[in-house]
Design a protein around this ligand. Structure first.
Ligand code: NIG
Ligand code: FE
Length: 392
């Protein structure tokens, strides 16, 4: 005997972003006066509100807009403590550098599993309240085999999208022996971590890892079945973006300092350019030029990059507003990048869209259209969130 799951219709949606051009208008597949039917944890039906089929439950959206739940493809949530003093100093003129990561490494190593679990849970819940229903989580504040594997295990309790970032910076114990640290990351640390992760990431930057080291680490990860993603060209021009494309990375993240050759590589390749404007906001830096990337034909994703150093925000609506105001994106492009773009960056087809068969992840906005996410910055517009078919 099969037990039918209860179905729910959300009706009277003023504007629905489906991200499925076959269902509606333009690249966002917009449907006006729409309804969505959820069956268990999946979207079962999408169409005009007056045509919605009979269901067990009904929710009247009252003329509000609905979008796919945000897909956050880049976060560093397994950490303890914060870096308020560093932020204060930066706002008094001190520049951001990779060195501050060491402060969080010390605090994270000293924290219990319970504290780290509670922290991740708190930040995931905070993001969820702002409409995020998929989140990637990286390690990178352990930097020993034990502490990195511990971070990945904790991340895996909160998401399927777990990234091994043992190559965040050279661990303090290896300050005089960076080659020894690369050997550790590609040897015993990878052995301990590969079973717990889907992705491998490297911070390819001055003060972190150069192009050759990054290539060695990402290649070792690929040999263990991990898929690369790269922190690339954040603080300076460098080899990160081209390496990401060459190795078939799912995404090159930050993309702040790009040459024409970097742009061409992203436009020609499969690698998504993931832009993280919270980092430029919180470090008073120049924003990446999304317009240049989009006009060249690159695929762009957006993420808050939530971490205690460069960007302590979990808010995708904030990033959508920054992307529109500061990076030359239209509201439609920014909303696509925060939903379908994130799904592309995680190579997921079941999230980032509201169409039949997709996971039932939706956010309802206290506004008549998704454009208000950029038009009304700082206003908590997300008024209801469904995750895997459940109202949370
Ligand atoms: O994505 N760039 C490297 N990692 C983080 C910052 C980490 C930190 O400062 O703690 C980022 O910006
Ligand atoms: Fe990051």
């Amino acid at each position: 005997m099969t037990i039918a799951t209860p179905t729910t219709a959300i009706t009277d949606i003023a504007t629905l972003v489906t991200n499925d051009p076959s269902l509606g208008e333009g690249p966002l597949g917009l449907i006006r006066d729409a309804a969505v039917v959820i069956d268990g944890d999946r979207i079962a039906w999408v169409g005009g509100s007056s045509k919605a089929p009979a269901t067990d439950n009904r929710v009247d959206a009252g003329g509000r807009a609905a979008i796919p739940g945000f897909v956050d493809s880049h976060s560093h949530l397994v950490f303890a403590g914060d870096r308020t003093e560093e932020f204060n100093a930066r706002m008094s003129g001190r520049p951001y550098s990779a060195g501050g990561i060491r402060t969080t490494v010390a605090a994270t190593r000293a924290a219990s599993n319970n504290v780290l679990h509670a922290n991740v849970g708190r930040y995931v819940a905070e993001a969820r309240r702002q409409g995020t229903t998929t989140v990637e989580i990286k390690s990178g504040y352990g930097l020993t085999s034990h502490d990195e594997a511990r971070a990945l295990t904790i991340a895996a309790a909160h998401t399927d999208e777990v990234t091994f970032l043992g190559a965040h910076i050279v661990a303090p114990e290896f300050a005089d022996d960076p080659a020894g640290y690369v050997d550790l990351v590609t040897g015993p640390m990878l052995d301990a971590c590969a079973p717990h992760a889907r992705w491998i990431d490297v911070f390819c930057e001055q003060g972190a890892f150069d192009g050759d080291q990054a290539r060695t680490i990402l290649t070792a990860g690929k040999e263990r079945g991990l898929i690369p993603r790269v922190h690339a060209n954040q603080l300076s021009y460098g080899p990160g973006v081209r390496l990401a494309v060459e190795l078939g990375a799912a995404s090159a993240d930050h993309c702040t300092h790009l040459t024409d050759a970097d742009i061409d590589a992203l436009a020609q390749g499969e690698t998504v350019a993931t832009l993280l404007p919270g980092a430029e906001f919180s470090t008073r830096s120049t924003y990446p030029d999304a317009r240049r990337l989009l006009d060249a034909g690159a695929t762009v994703a957006l993420s808050p990059d939530c971490n205690p150093g460069s960007s302590f925000t979990s808010s995708m609506p904030f990033c959508v507003a920054l992307a529109v105001r500061e990076m030359g994106m239209t509201p439609d492009e920014a909303v696509w990048a925060a939903t379908a773009g994130g799904a592309r960056a995680l190579r997921r087809t079941d999230v980032g869209r509201v169409s039949p068969g997709a996971r039932a992840d939706l956010a309802l906005l206290d506004a008549p259209s998704h454009v208000h996410l950029a038009y009304r910055p700082g206003v908590p517009l997300v008024s209801a969130v469904w995750h895997e078919g459940t109202l949370v």
